[in-house]
Design a protein around this ligand. Structure first.
Ligand SMILES: Nc1nc2c(ncn2[C@@H]2O[C@H](COP(=O)(O)OP(=O)(O)OP(=O)(O)O)[C@@H](O)[C@H]2O)c(=O)[nH]1
Ligand SMILES: [Mg+2]
Length: 358
């Protein structure tokens, strides 16, 4: 999964990016603010540490996400806007968007458009994303109309006409400032639309970058319709540089319950409706990411296609039950292990052993 950090100039995207990367032990070099940066981040999962110790595992493998830090979207001049727009393709190739909005005040860092207004910044970027989608749709409509002017066989003509009607509907929907989902009427249309990777259809969450000591104790869960977290990227970056023991102390002092890395990843998982199941053994303990609602057979496919193809049953214990029992043997004795068939919906924190034959 790839997550794109998007926002107005100097909102703190790269600072947040560095905080998350450094918390995971990766040093980043951000000497080219006009270039995108990419880092692979381990998904924090405390359960893996417990399993690692219990099973005396040789290896611990976390789930991973890719974080893409993009230059600020400066829409104040035609030139800067053209430059900003060259980054939309990279956002289209990402699975979701994290909008980093600036709340902090600083005389050293000029404020975008001389304002401190997260709603205005959000609205401006949203309008720009709608515009980019609309432009893509218009280009497609022109192409389809051009093709329909040529002699094409009946079946192909039918398909082109059907897509043209859909694209025209999408265009009208955006022009009416309505979400594209309203224009989609069937699974076939949804599939077609998905191929275009429209920006306004991507899951989107907000990070409000607050000043030091200005992170609200009881932040609202949303900004507009979007799930949001409030943090100070600068503090988080300083925390990420500390040794683990010092970090805990400072976090307690500052009233920070969880580091930015944990909160951001959790927010993204939630927004994308992803869950993790776990596998544990002497060789390796590992977390696997699947969409919520995935059945056991498809979940097996996340590990290997052979496991999916030759799926027989899944032996499952909930992580919490395993911890409560103390170990595998006691959990089995307490009847906490279940044998589930292919239609069982795998839950977050299920510790799974797949039985298969190929
Ligand atoms: N006071 C304060 N300064 C911050 C905070 N977050 C970032 N900054 C400063 O703001 C400046 C810009 O931060 P960046 O993280 O580079 O912002 P950006 O969004 O990546 O900027 P562009 O990529 O150029 O759009 C830097 O000097 C940071 O140190 C914060 O929470 N408080
Ligand atoms: Mg930056």
């Amino acid at each position: 999964m790839r997550v794109a950090l998007v926002g107005p100039p100097l909102s703190g995207k790269s600072t947040l990016f560095a905080a998350v990367a450094e918390a995971g032990g990766t040093q980043v070099h951000l000497d080219r603010p006009d270039q995108p940066h990419l880092v692979v981040v381990k998904v924090p999962d405390g359960r893996l540490f417990w399993l690692e110790e219990k099973y005396k595992a040789k290896k611990r493998t976390h789930a991973e996400i890719e974080l893409l830090d993009l230059p600020g979207f400066d829409l104040t001049s035609p030139q800067s806007r053209d430059r900003a727009r060259t980054h939309w393709p990279a956002v289209r190739q990402s699975d979701m968007i994290v909008l980093v909005l600036r709340q902090f005040e600083s005389s050293a860092v000029p404020a975008y458009r001389d304002r401190r207004d997260i709603q205005a910044d959000l609205d401006e970027l949203w309008a720009e994303m709608m515009f980019a989608d609309l432009e893509q749709i218009t280009t497609r409509i022109d192409k389809l109309e051009g093709n329909l002017k040529k002699p094409v066989p009946g079946k192909e003509r039918e398909e082109l006409t059907r897509e043209l009607q859909l694209q025209q509907r999408l265009s009208q929907t955006l022009e009416a400032e309505k979400p594209l989902t309203e224009a989609i009427k069937s699974p076939a249309e949804e599939k077609l639309v998905r191929a275009f990777a429209f920006l306004t259809l991507k899951p989107l969450v907000v990070v409000v970058n607050c000043g030091e000591g200005e992170v609200p104790a009881q932040p609202p869960p949303k900004v507009g319709p979007y799930e949001a977290i409030f943090l100070s990227a600068k503090i988080e970056e300083e925390l990420a540089r500390l040794e683990a023991s010092e970090r805990a102390e400072f976090m307690a002092e500052l009233g920070i319950a969880a580091p930015a890395q944990d909160r951001l990843v959790r927010l993204c998982y939630h927004s994308m409706r992803l869950v993790s199941f776990l596998t544990a053994g002497e060789k390796e303990v590992r977390a696997w990411t699947i969409p919520a609602g995935t059945n056991a057979q498809l979940a097996a496919g996340a590990i290997h296609t052979d496991l999916q193809r030759g799926f027989i049953r899944a032996e499952i214990v909930a992580y919490e039950d395993l911890v409560a029992a103390g170990d595998e043997k006691s959990a089995k004795a307490a009847g906490k292990y279940r044998l589930e068939g292919k239609d069982y919906i795998v839950k977050d924190g299920d510790v799974v052993l797949f039985r298969f034959s190929v």
